[in-house]
Design a protein around this ligand. Sequence first.
Ligand code: SF4
Length: 196
Amino acid sequence: MNLLNIAEICPATHALGPGKRFVIWVQGCCFRCRDCISPDWIPQEQATLVDPRQLADYILSVPGTEGLTVSGGEPMLQASALSTLFTYIRQHSDLSIICFSGFTLEQLQAQSDSAISQVLTLIDVLIDGLYVPELNDNKGWRGSSNQIVHFLTSRHIREASLFTERKRDVEIHLSDESALMVGVPPLNFSQIFQAL
Ligand code: SF4
């Protein structure tokens, strides 16, 4: 079965895109950006394997959800499973879909990978490119200013400035023994958070 290997989920946040969103972080990345915000999710190892259709049903069961954001890790390493997930979401809802990738859009298009091509037809916004600490401008829902926000549909164009100019904030989601930081943190916040 075409399973999705996920590191973490957050069923409801306002910190990673417009509106109330479900967030998935996939496990495994092929890049090693310096000062990566999520180093625990770089190893390409098995974390939690889920059936994308079952995950989609769960996402759709969360009341008030307006969108889905996928980050990581590198989502495009799991393009086949993501394609299944996004197709199901599209068939059963009107949720917006935002996806991050360390690959640029041009690199993804050059791969001629049918699953990646399919994913690109299903998402509303792609935020692409590697994280470059020197270009972290402390604004918006992208980590550094080299990352391009591609509006692949018209859905979020009216909110375009939020993606690149918005004052940053994060949410801290607490569970029994852990704390999950959700969002693109203000400068130096993630180091302080990890130290805590
Ligand atoms: S692409 Fe993202 S997850 Fe991968 S190393 Fe860079 S910042 Fe970290």
